[in-house]
Design a protein. Structure first.
Length: 430
């Protein structure tokens, strides 16, 4: 591939890099309790960016035998591209692969049987429930080449299962909830059905609540959505544009000492791990916040140059897109108490499982306001039932500055590893 590129690279090109991605996936889908579709697809593509006279052009193709024309198109786009004066890495290595050979044992028939058993088990408890499920297996290869001699590649594998259900209560109220898991290899995810059954069972009793300030526990999935507001301010893009609330505050203590947040590309079992980023910079665990202090911001080569910072190895890139800063795996360091210990100390409070409308919040400032799609009331340390028709609001940045408790229990949700988070006073509007 390098030979094909360099045959058509003209004089005056400062640098180039190219990525080739290929993969195969097998998704299986269930809708309304029944098998809906099975498919298999293969995809591959080649993308190249070229810097000429300090401006970068980009082009891509799905026809990997058509490298020459793709290079010519990228060169033609240089005059319209951004000014970029950074230098590409000259060394890249593969210390590990986000790949597990067990992925080759993925068997569609076995997965269907397992899925049908899960649906049958849930239906035996709630006969009128509607269940959707998605199961997917994929493998792929990523290869990166650049003009400074880098030529590296790695394999990746992915297994995912998502389960969602919709249950109509006798009073006409609809309860919708979901769970999902993602791994490097086929895994037993049958326990997800028990989690969903438990969620619905706890929601069958409806309790009323008045407006006011309440102790609130956010489970990892819900906490992750709020932490995403904070994480967005640690992207080099938002810092450079001046919209990050943390711009210019590197080294300052902004949050409670109990708050430490990292970006970790080596999260155990995560299919989102990478040995190097989309530009060949080695990926590494970095502290975004350490004991409440702003440590660093993630960036790619473009934004590291603009901000005058060292590259962090966070360039995300497909063959059809230019690199941009992206997190590998947000992790919040846990506390010392278990979830059971935390909830046992609550006289009257809320467990906020799911939100509706959180995306309408002001993510830049950390403000959030959303309807609680699924939330439980806690009395004397135990969940007593579901609360409905109420909203939750606050500011996650301010909450993480004050008094809170993080659980020792952690769960990996997608690419993030998160604890339960307890805040003693959050606004609830009934």
């Amino acid at each position: 591939m390098r030979d094909m590129i360099e045959k058509v690279i003209p004089e005056g090109v400062k640098w180039y890099d190219a990525v080739h991605v290929s993969g195969k996936s097998t998704p299986v889908s269930f809708k309304n309790n029944r098998l809906y579709s099975i498919s298999e697809s293969e995809n591959s593509g080649f993308g190249i960016r070229i810097n000429r006279e300090n401006r970068t052009g980009f082009s891509y193709t799905n026809e990997t035998g058509n490298v020459s024309d793709t290079v010519k198109r990228a060169i033609a786009m240089c005059s319209y591209g951004d000014v970029e004066n950074f230098t590409l890495p000259e060394n890249a290595s593969v210390t590990f692969e986000p790949y597990d050979d067990e992925i080759t044992k993925f068997n569609v028939s076995d997965e269907i049987k397992c899925a049908e058993k899960m649906i049958e088990d849930i239906n035996s408890v709630y006969p009128q429930i509607s269940i959707d499920m998605g199961i997917s297996s994929s493998t792929g290869t990523v290869r990166l080449i650049n003009s400074r001699g880098v030529d590296v590649s790695y394999r990746e594998s992915y297994y995912g299962l998502s389960l969602s259900c919709s249950y109509v209560m006798p009073d006409g109220t609809r309860i919708e909830t979901w769970e999902s898991r993602s791994e490097l290899k086929p895994s037993d995810c049958s326990g997800l059905k028990d989690i969903l059954i438990d969620k619905i069972e706890k929601a069958l009793t409806v309790e009323k609540i008045d407006s006011g300030l309440y102790p609130v526990i956010f489970p990892p999935q819900a906490f992750g959505r709020l932490i995403g507001f904070i994480a967005s301010g640690f992207s080099g893009v938002s810092v450079w544009k001046g919209v990050s609330p943390f711009a210019g505050k590197k080294g300052e203590k902004i949050f409670s000492e109990a708050f430490t947040m990292t970006d970790n590309p080596y999260m155990e079992g995560s299919p989102y791990s990478v040995p190097f980023d989309g530009e060949g910079v080695a990926a590494s665990k970095i502290f975004l916040i350490k004991n409440g202090v702003v440590e660093t911001f993630i960036n790619d080569l473009k934004y590291s140059e603009r901000l005058g910072l060292a590259p962090t190895g966070n360039a995300s890139r497909g063959y059809s897109s230019l690199p941009s800063p992206s997190f590998h795996g947000i992790a919040v360091e846990p506390g010392e108490k278990s979830f059971k210990e935390i909830i046992s100390g609550i006289d009257r409070g809320i467990v906020a499982e799911q939100f509706i409308g959180l995306g309408q919040s002001n993510t830049i400032t950390g403000d959030f306001s959303a309807n609680m799609d699924l939330a439980y009331i806690v009395e004397n340390g135990k969940i007593r039932g579901r609360v409905k028709d109420c909203m939750i609001s606050g500011n996650i940045i301010e909450l993480m500055k004050g008094d809170f408790t993080l659980s020792v229990d952690v769960e990996r949700r997608g690419s993030s590893l998160l604890p339960y988070a307890y805040f003693p006073a959050v606004s609830i509007t009934a």
